[in-house]
Design a protein around this ligand. Structure first.
Ligand code: PXP
Length: 247
């Protein structure tokens, strides 16, 4: 039987809802604590440059409230590097970020910036953070991630999920094939493989079944589903679907 998959729960969109009214509720720290109690294996939070959801103070509060590892998502900027070094989360997942995007749309360009990126991640790695690079399942990007010494990659599943939602199953299968090949390439290079973006009950099984994948990071769908069934029930069902796909 394949290794048990870890589920990282991204709580950004509890903060999105909070910020819609500008106050303190709903509290993303409470969501992190609930996710932990419901069986999450990690908590993910993305401090964006524009602070549209997670705010600076949330990071410290989340880390103080949970015993699970925090996966801190961050753009490759000097400001975010300083914040990550101040908090030293378990993991630092470097993502591309554009102000005008609604969510993280593509993967990082590592291959074309290998020297710069290698220098950028070195202090994070030296500080004990497990550096993860959020990239497309592109052989050149995966090879570059290994080359610069990142221990982990997270492959972007957004295109696969979009094609699945559109019902374009031929293109969706082609994207899945790319993700499967990318996971194998990465594992052969000694990288730990995570995946995430856009995952839901409907599309998670083929991704969870990829044997090299050790962690899925899921946010928007789980927080949306929690409105109807509660966060613990949403996490429990996702966990069950992941385990069934793996078994
Ligand atoms: N992984 C990474 C690197 C992300 O940037 C995001 C979105 O913040 C996710 C996973 C989770 O995506 P979603 O909210 O669509 O589940």
């Amino acid at each position: 039987m394949a290794q048990r998959l870890r589920l990282g729960v991204n709580i950004d969109h509890v903060a999105t809802l909070r910020n819609a009214r500008g106050g303190a509720l709903p509290d993303p720290v409470r969501a992190a604590v609930m996710a932990q109690a419901a069986g999450a294996d990690g908590i993910t939070a993305h401090l964006r440059e524009d602070r549209r959801h997670i705010r600076d103070g949330d990071i410290e509060a989340i880390m103080a409230a949970i015993t699970l590892p925090l996966n801190f998502e961050m753009a490759a900027t000097a400001e975010m590097q300083e914040i990550a070094l101040a908090h030293r989360p378990h993991a630092a997942c470097i993502v591309p970020e554009r102000r005008e995007e609604r969510t993280t749309e593509g993967g990082l360009e590592v291959a074309g910036n290998a020297n710069w990126m290698g220098e950028y991640i070195a202090p994070l790695r030296d500080a004990g953070c497990r550096v993860s690079l959020f990239i497309a399942a592109d052989p050149a990007q995966i090879a570059a991630a290994a080359h610069i010494g990142a221990p982990v990659i997270e492959l972007h599943t957004g295109a696969y999920c979009d094609l699945h939602a559109e019902g374009d199953f031929a293109a969706c299968d082609a994207e899945l094939t790319r993700l499967i090949a990318g996971a194998k390439q990465a594992a052969d290079l000694g990288l730990e493989v995570h995946m995430g973006h856009g995952l839901s009950y409907d599309n998670v099984a083929p991704i969870a079944a990829i044997p090299e994948v050790v962690e899925l990071n899921i946010g928007h769908f789980l927080i949306g589903e929690a409105v109807f069934v509660g966060l613990d029930a949403a996490i429990a069902k996702m966990r069950a679907l992941m385990d069934a796909a793996r078994g």
